[in-house]
Design a protein around this ligand. Structure first.
Ligand code: ZN
Length: 306
């Protein structure tokens, strides 16, 4: 982000905090949300859930953590080491505890006394799903899931649209390559309509993930060449640098290979997911329609039941 974009982002953050919609916690990119903010967010979440009901998805909700062993079966740590969150705890004896407290008291480094648990914070809503479907053979219909939850990405920013913890509502498809791609195309179109109905003009754009390091540049090229990622973008803090409020990912066999999810013919299944960014969509609505929900366009309020 350039200096100008950061300034605009920080200005919008200050407005949201002054209005009481977001509550500062003292850590960049981590907020409390007000009742008004949550009401709008939940209304959109429910609207999206209803739009997906025709697909008869299996509804699942996971905690925002994933087992460390399962996490390591993905390539996340190779691609995004700078974004990971690892859960640590204290395993020592009483005297170790006293020593740790002393270090804290004396303002010494104390986190070396912690050791990793079996958990990582989940970097995306669908990560905890794949291990639960491991070693299965899908029937000809494949499977479709409706997920919602928090994800964590360690990227502290003043931009309110770039939170460290945020929610997404995801629809995940497992099946043949055609089924996975069909899911992606269905939701790209459907999501554009959903936002249109709300009065938000969000356009699909080819996108890439922020892969880490020198090897990451090749990943970006390959991801774009294969058109694996699309985002629906809308201006929130900046017109020139619009923000992604929803995204689709066609994973090929990226998750089905390590977790051995297969088709009846023995081939490895393909997966795709479509995720609506709940905080980002809510922020886009507040930006477009103002902070007073009562004054939002009647069409938007009626669609959301607000
Ligand atoms: Zn996903």
């Amino acid at each position: 982000m350039t200096h100008d974009h950061l300034e605009l982002a920080e200005q919008y953050q200050k407005e949201l905090v002054a209005e009481g919609l977001l509550v500062q916690t003292g850590v960049m990119g981590v907020y409390g949300r007000s009742g008004v903010f949550e009401e709008a967010l939940e209304a959109f979440d429910q609207f999206v859930r209803k739009q997906g009901q025709a697909l008869h998805p299996e509804v699942m909700r996971f905690s925002p953590v994933i087992g460390r062993a399962n996490y390591l079966k993905t390539t996340h740590i190779e691609s995004f080491p700078n974004l990971i969150g690892s859960v640590h705890s204290f395993y020592g004896k009483e005297k170790d505890h006293l020593e740790m407290l002393r270090k804290i008291q004396d303002l010494e480094e104390w986190t070396d006394d912690l050791d990793p648990t079996d958990l990582m914070l989940t970097p995306a809503i669908c990560y905890p799903l794949y291990p639960t479907v491991r070693d299965t053979v899908l029937n000809e219909n494949g499977r479709t899931f409706d997920l919602m939850g928090f994800a964590f990405r360690h990227e502290p920013s003043v931009d309110p649209a770039r939170m460290q913890t945020f929610r997404m509502h995801e629809f995940v498809r497992m099946g043949t390559p055609e089924q996975a791609l069909g899911h992606r195309d269905f939701w790209l179109k459907k999501a554009e309509e959903i936002y249109q109905t709300l009065g938000i003009n969000a356009k699909p754009a080819l996108a890439n993930d922020p892969f880490f390091g020198r090897g990451g540049r090749a990943m970006v090229v390959s991801q774009r060449e294969q058109e694996l990622k699309y985002e629906l973008v809308v201006p929130i803090t900046s017109e020139e640098k619009p923000t992604a409020i929803a995204s689709s990912n066609y994973h090929l066999d990226h998750f089905s290979q390590p977790f051995n999810i297969r088709l009846a013919n023995g081939e490895v299944a393909h997966t795709a997911c479509f995720g609506f960014g709940l905080e980002r969509t809510t922020l886009a609505m507040f930006k477009k329609f103002g902070f007073d929900v009562k004054a939002w366009p009647s069409e938007t309020k009626s669609v959301l039941g607000l």
